[in-house]
Write a new protein. Structure first.
Length: 126
């Protein structure tokens, strides 16, 4: 793929945060570096970066696609109280188990849902 300043900015903006932003947030941040960038350009570059394996997507219950610049194997916890997405330093053993019986797993996304400690404490206090 040819070099693109827009793609590089979109990638760097996404990789610069641990908040798992959506395309709108990435667009607003990218605009700071490239004022004339369009939302369509951001979406197009996000799609290409995901296809290249530079970013991953998280399809969450809020019906918004979130992006993660951390492509190292890890899981995510999504709080149903505050909607935060938190990286977890763990992996599922499902891919390894499937590999042992002949399957080829090329992508794994582990999403866990519940309440973070803060939201759990709030719920208990009420």
């Amino acid at each position: 793929m040819r070099y693109s300043k827009q793609r590089e900015v979109v990638k760097e903006v996404t990789k610069s945060t641990i908040t798992h932003p959506d395309a709108e947030w990435i667009y607003r941040e990218a605009e700071k570096s490239i004022p004339n960038i369009s939302l369509g350009t951001v979406y197009r570059n996000l799609k290409e970066l995901v296809e290249q394996g530079e970013l991953i997507t998280l399809e969450t219950e809020d019906n918004v696609l979130h992006y993660d610049g951390n492509v190292d194997p890890h899981a995510h916890f999504i709080c149903r109280g505050c909607n935060r997405i938190i990286d977890l330093p763990c992996q599922s053993e499902v891919a390894q188990t499937l590999s042992q019986v002949g399957y080829e797993v090329d992508c794994e996304k582990l999403l866990l849902y519940g309440k973070c400690p803060s939201c759990k404490a709030k719920a208990t206090a009420e």
